[in-house]
Design a binder for this molecule. Sequence first.
Ligand code: GKR
Ligand code: MG
Length: 428
Amino acid sequence: LPVTDSQRQRVTGVTVTPVAFKDLPLLNTVGVHEPYALRAIVEVRTEDGLIGLGETYADADHLARLRLAADEIIGTDVWDVNELARRIRVVLAGGPGTGDHGMAGMVTGTSTADAILSPFEVAFLDIQGQATGLPVSTLLGGAVRDTVDYSGYLFYKWAAHPGHEPDRWGAALDPDGIVAQARRMVTEYGFSALKLKGGVFPPDEEIEAIHALRRAFPEHPLRLDPNGAWTVETSIRVGQELDGVVEYLEDPTPGVEGMAEVARKVPMPLATNMCVVSFAGIEPAVRRDAVGVVLSDHHFWGGLGRSRLLAGICDTFGLGVSMHSNSHLGISLAAMTHLAAATPNLTYACDTHWPWKDPGEDVIAPGALTFSDGAVAVPTTPGLGVTLDRDMLGRLHEQYLECGLRSRDDTGYMRGIDPSYELLSPRW
Ligand code: GKR
Ligand code: MG
């Protein structure tokens, strides 16, 4: 891209604002979602008054590292992402190389430097787009699709957080509840693929839920993700029983060796956002043929540029690419949509937690991103195509201050409700 002097932009200020938004009692293999999910909103300002946005986890350690990085990147040119990455590596030197930011312990081994780089890189791309009048997907090499498909992400859940009124989704604790949840999600959003978060009930009950979904939705690609809750033997049995029913089985068992053993004995590809979560994890998985699909996630793969690098490596080794999600707001959805649009080999519907969010709670002005037929139209306006709603940012920051949560802890919250709850990996 030819960049004129007026399009060059140096960073003059960075603000990192933690926010909390309401979350529902979604169950997973390490516990249950707390009443609020935490995110950090990153604003990067330039000498010409442009503001670029990024969104990431807000766990206390991660937040402290974001703030260290924020001070260090003042003066960087927003076109110089290599310099941004270098400064972040320098400021983090001596700190932890890997971590489990925002994942409640389910995903470990992500690169701390890449997780810190991500929101700043997204904000830099947002500014590059505003300075040139180009959408981020164009800066990433061009949108190969106008809309990005997302999957309906089904969770077992309670009717309400203890002590609260029933929420708008109600309980889903058996196959009928999951099918009812799926029907509503498909009706409201138009999703054409469905994923069930498993690892909550004994595997036979989750197999039954998948069969019930297949009967109710004969054409929808289905996925099951127990977050490594099963032994190798259980995973093989589930995989064989779901032959021809799921398009992929996601993280059935913990660890690359176990995944490789399961992969040899089940008919469908194994997908992962747990055993390949950083560039260092690719080679061991490829060498063992442990996974068939990598779920990229720009929040821990170092931003949008490095996620496209991951997609290129997957292409080289014949691996499929899908996309992972955690509870998130609109800046993340915008970034995910631009990335997916500009990644030719991202051919699966992406995960999103979007339907679980209170529709009235976001930090972006409404209207920029909407679901139609299960897909989001790729914004065509400059940058990410979303703008900050400062009133909402302030309100959700107040909510963060008041809610008292400082790091995601699904297990601790579950133990507060059920003191006998045990964390087991694998569980069955
Ligand atoms: O939100 O409970 C959850 C999910 O289990 C999430 O934390 C996972 O990281 O969605 C993720 C996954 O695909 O494993
Ligand atoms: Mg997963």
